[in-house]
Design a protein around this ligand. Structure first.
Ligand code: MSP
Length: 472
């Protein structure tokens, strides 16, 4: 992997209508793992997340709480930021759709779409689910209700501006089919394709007259922008875009946009259509994951079935230590290396790194983690087999070599673990007598050669790295 790649990863911006929960944490953690990995391999990385703060839903929640929408979202945003801090999330940017810069840039972009004729005056008549902030058709409903929110959508009829979504049907279908705009996993891509083929893209209402809590359309201030239209723009405004289609930030396009399946359809239609209309490149890839379920239903702030415990649990999942206070030996000459021969434990390490990196590049986070777990199991087996604690008592002269193998292999495990459990990784590396920050910022390709741990390494003792959950 070249060290000159860029990597721009985004999460959806979360509705600031209630406290964050495990569901919202899920996507953010996945993005964090990817961002940490890409920084580790030397890519120029930017990780953006943020909050979606306008629209009917937020206004309603604020009203119920007896607060102004701004006051209400300010409080919730602080909570989101705190949770990301507690989970050591390394986002490089945090975008709020109430940021003045976002509002100004969105207005400029919408004006541009209007001037180019992609937005026109019309009337919308149909169904609307406030929970989803989405227009619905009868086909989308189960027993007349939104399947995600269990509520009946509202009948809506109002003057509005329409966005010419239908104009982009063919071009988008082609780009999705041909993987120029990748949707993964493939099952999700196929779902989108069958939606395009069976339903097709119809023009959508892109303004609301009776929703005051939103971004005013610059050419007609009686209307506010449909919340999704401006929310999508966060992916650009969050990296400094000012709304000029000719001046797109260098981190764009997004290399990966993460999301759950609930918002795939809008992301696979409205957002890329807006970009085509603005003549801005499409994101390279969407990666769509499943839901955290509670009793078979999506855990959701709007449904109200959330479990917030993740946060305290995560706080507790801090790492502890490993206790091997012994000097190790390392073959410092080619000659010695040959003599050690098969006793050097570099079996499969290169292949494992290759698999690990490929999985991470393909966003197969679970598979990458499996490689790390297998590494650990292998090492565990090696320790059990050799019983260095017995060897040392018996004065076995190979103890140093065995310990070197264990600790050097552990160094590799710690590096692989870094994107997932940065604190465990830090503890292992520090206990191996190395400077964590120095190690993590080294060129990964150089640092994953077998045999770099110095022979005078003294491992530091410490508490257990993975204390039992019921004892913390
Ligand atoms: N505000 C919109 C997104 C606008 S992006 C331009 C929105 N917000 S949300 O708060 O409802 O967050 C939706 C996203 O949060 C999901 O797509 C997913 O990434 C994450 N999740 C929320 N609940 C989740 C689960 N129960 N399980 C897994 N992911 C979940 O939609």
């Amino acid at each position: 992997m070249s060290s000159k790649n860029k990597f721009y990863v985004v999460t959806p911006i979360y509705y600031a209508n209630a406290d964050p929960h495990i569901g919202s944490t899920y996507t953010t953690l996945a993005a964090d793992v990817l961002a940490r990995f890409h920084r580790m391999v030397g890519d120029k990385t930017f990780f953006l997340t943020g909050t979606d703060e306008h629209g009917a839903k937020i206004a309603e929640y604020a009203k119920r709480a007896g607060k102004s929408p701004q006051e209400f979202t300010d409080e919730l945003v602080a909570k989101f930021e705190l949770v990301w801090d507690n989970l050591a999330i390394t986002n490089d940017g945090f975008i709020r759709t109430t940021d003045k810069r976002h509002i100004k840039a969105s207005q400029k972009a919408l004006q541009h779409l209007y001037d180019k004729g992609f937005i026109y005056k019309g009337e919308y008549k149909g169904l609307y689910c406030v929970g989803c902030e989405q227009y619905k058709t009868e086909k989308d409903l189960v027993d007349g209700k939104c399947p995600d929110h269990g509520t009946e959508p509202e009948e809506m009829k109002e003057d509005c501006y329409m966005f010419k979504l239908s104009a982009f049907q063919d071009e988008l279908l082609k780009k999705i089919e041909g993987d120029e705009f990748k949707i993964r996993p493939k099952t999700r891509k196929n779902e989108v394709l069958s939606f395009y083929k069976n339903n097709g893209l119809a023009d959508i209402a892109c303004s609301r007259k009776n929703i005051k809590w939103g971004i005013e359309l610059p050419w007609d201030r009686e209307h506010t922008a449909y919340v999704w239209m401006e929310a999508f723009l966060n992916y650009l405004t969050g990296i400094g875009w000012t709304g000029d289609p000719k001046k797109v930030p260098e981190m764009w396009p997004a290399d990966v946009q993460l999301m759950a399946k609930d918002i795939l359809r809008v992301h696979a239609s409205i957002w890329p259509a807006m970009l085509l209309a603005l003549e801005i490149p499409l994101p390279k890839k969407y990666f769509v994951h499943g839901y955290f379920l509670v009793d078979g239903q999506k855990m959701s702030k709007s449904i109200g079935n959330v479990i917030a415990r993740s946060i305290t649990l995560a706080d507790k999942m801090r790492l502890a230590g490993l206790s091997i206070p012994v000097c190790v030996e390392r073959p410092d000459t080619e000659e010695k290396l040959k003599k050690w021969g098969g006793r050097i434990l570099n079996k499969d390490i290169n292949k494992n790194w290759k698999d690990y990196k490929n999985h991470m590049k393909n966003i197969e986070i679970d598979k990458a983690l499996e490689v790390v777990m297998n590494e650990q199991k292998y090492l565990d087996g090696y320790i059990t087999e050799h019983q260095p604690w017995v060897m040392i008592k018996e004065g076995n002269k190979d103890t140093g070599i065995i310990m070197y193998n264990i600790l050097e292999r552990l160094r590799h495990v710690a590096l692989m673990l870094f994107p997932f459990m940065p604190e465990v990784s830090e503890k292992i590396i520090t206990r191996l007598g190395l400077d964590f920050h120095e190690e993590i910022s080294k060129n990964l390709e150089d640092n994953i050669k077998f045999g770099l741990l110095k022979s005078d390494t003294k491992a530091q003792p410490g508490d257990s790295l993975f204390p039992r959950l019921d004892t913390i």
